[in-house]
Design a protein around this ligand. Sequence first.
Ligand SMILES: [Cu+2]
Length: 338
Amino acid sequence: MAESDAGADQLAGGDGPPPGGGGAGEVSAVTGHSTGTPESHPMRAILPVWLLVSIAGDLLFWFLAGPHIPPGRMTSSAGGAVFDFNVLFVIAWPVVFGVWSYMAYALWHWRASRVPNDPVAGPYSRGHLGVQTAWIVVSTCIVIGVFIFGTVELVVPSGAGSAEGPDPIWTPSSHTVLPIQVIGQQWKWTYRYPTFGGFETTSLVIPDHTTIAFHVTSLDVIHDFWAYQLGVKADANPQQDNVAYTTTEEMGSFVVRCDELCGLWHGAMFNYGRVISKSAFAAWAKRTKAQLAANTKYLPPFQWTYVPDANGADGGYYPDNVDPYSKVEIYGAQKVKL
Ligand SMILES: [Cu+2]
């Protein structure tokens, strides 16, 4: 901005050479106003246009695109991510459009063909107090505002769907939190339900309108539990209980992927999950607990973390006398013949 003001001053008869054929009486093609004095700088005439396009763009985005921004609103953390993105867009758009406007003005105003014999470099600008003050004040307000907004948005939804380690700083206000253990291993995800006897499944089923505490861990290398539609992402580290909270708000299905390069079949390390009604979940949990009872007894007792090598040669999680690829195993996978 400062540069443009000084530039206009110079073009209007300051130290610089007169613009080609124009001089003090130059008429701006952008605004139709004279650039003869600093008060009538074309950028001032662009301000109302900038304001109008900024407000219109923000409103159109908020009401037309905003509700459809991924990852949707299946959980508090997904909805929070959408809200945060939309607010940041609304803040960013006037800045982006302001930069574009000035760039368009600069490209037009200082184009080579307009002043054929002039050096390409524009004039220097120094000492415009108003522009400098506005620049610092506006920049500071935006940065501090975004900092406060970001901090509040991180704290209020109990960590915003991100993992907080074994001892979370921010815990949910809800007193009924359903703990679900997420276990990563090369190369699959499984889920244990400690409040239902510790059975283990290969798809993640969770009840609607419930605060969930995901306890994410790994049996081998570092994986990353990424349930995109839930807005939850947490590293799965061996012998670490990494806690991530979220509250379900809509029913639907979602994908769980590994988001940490973890070996040859990392790309195939995904499965699916569903958010179902509370009553359907209660029935599902009761039914699944009974169905998997024969498998559950072979699992190690539920713990927040596991020490794979302490238990045996088959990767440790399963007892030595149980082949994890046998028929009693719940995954349905076939043992690879080497
Ligand atoms: Cu992985």
